[in-house]
Write a protein that binds this ligand. Structure first.
Ligand code: ATP
Length: 199
C-alpha cells in the first residue's frame, strides 16, 4: 500500500484544485519558506480525520479553508482527497484503490467519503486502525514529534507500539464491550430493585 495522490482544493494556501502525484519510493517536497510545504502534510492529517485545529496550526477548524489574498476572495469550502494503492489489501476494503475525501464548508457542515460514498468519521478511523496511517499513526512524523515521543509518558509511547503490533482495533472493541457490560450490569441492578419492590 502506498500513497498515490493528494488532491486539494480550497485548503489553506491551495485555492485552486491541485493534484500531487506520488510514485512508489521517496518523494521530497521543496520550496521557499511559507510556500505551503507543511500545508501538504496538514492536508493529509486533516483528511484522516484530525479534529484538533491546533494540530493543523490553526485557531479553529474553519481556518483550514482558503482565507483569501489581496487578489483573491476567500473560498467557501475546503476539500482534500487522498488516494492509496491497496493492491496488497492492507486496508480491509475490497478495492484495489481507495480514495478518502473530507470536505468542510464555512457554514460548519462537513462531509467524509470513501471511494465517493458518504461515510462517518468512525468508518475512516476504522479503515486505518493498525495500519500506522490514521491521524495518530506513526506514518506522519511532524516537526518535534520524535522528541515528544522520546520524552513522553510510557502510556503514550505504548500506543505507538500497539498500533505497530496491530492490536488497536481489538483494544477498542474490548473497551466497547466492557462499556456495554457495565451498562448491562447497571440495568440488572435496576431490575433486581424493581423485583424486590414488587415482592
Ligand atoms: P516553512 O518552510 O517556513 O516551514 P512552508 O513551506 O512549510 O514554510 P506552510 O507553513 O505550509 O509553508 O504555509 C504557510 C502559508 O500558508 C502562509 O503563507 C499562510 O499565509 C498560508 N495559509 C495558511 N492557512 C491559510 C488559509 N486558510 N488561507 C490562505 N493561506 C493560508
Amino acid at each position: 500500500m502506498y500513497l498515490k495522490s493528494i488532491e486539494v482544493q480550497g485548503f489553506k494556501s491551495f485555492a485552486n484544485k491541485i493534484v500531487f502525484q506520488f510514485h512508489n519510493g521517496i518523494t521530497g517536497i521543496v520550496g521557499p519558506n511559507g510556500s505551503g510545504k507543511s500545508n501538504v502534510a496538514d492536508a493529509v492529517r486533516w483528511v484522516l480525520g484530525e479534529q484538533r485545529a491546533k494540530q493543523l496550526r490553526g485557531g479553529n477548524m474553519q481556518d483550514v479553508i482558503f482565507s483569501g489574498t489581496e487578489n483573491r476572495k476567500p473560498l467557501s469550502y475546503a476539500s482534500v482527497g487522498i488516494t492509496l494503492d491497496n493492491s496488497d489489501h492492507k486496508l480491509p476494503i475490497d478495492f484495489e484503490e481507495v480514495t478518502v475525501t473530507r470536505k468542510l464548508y464555512r457554514s460548519g457542515e462537513s462531509e467524509y467519503l470513501i471511494n465517493g460514498s458518504s461515510c462517518r468519521l468512525k468508518d475512516i478511523n476504522e479503515l486505518f486502525y493498525d495500519t500506522g496511517i490514521g491521524k495518530e499513526g506513526y506514518s506522519i512524523i511532524g516537526q518535534g514529534q520524535i522528541d515528544k515521543i522520546l520524552s513522553g509518558k510510557p502510556e503514550d509511547r505504548r500506543e505507538l507500539f500497539d498500533e505497530a503490533a496491530g492490536i488497536v482495533k481489538f483494544k477498542r472493541r474490548k473497551n466497547t464491550s466492557l462499556k456495554k457490560l457495565e451498562e448491562e450490569q447497571q440495568n440488572l441492578v435496576r431490575v433486581t430493585d424493581i423485583l424486590s419492590e414488587l415482592e
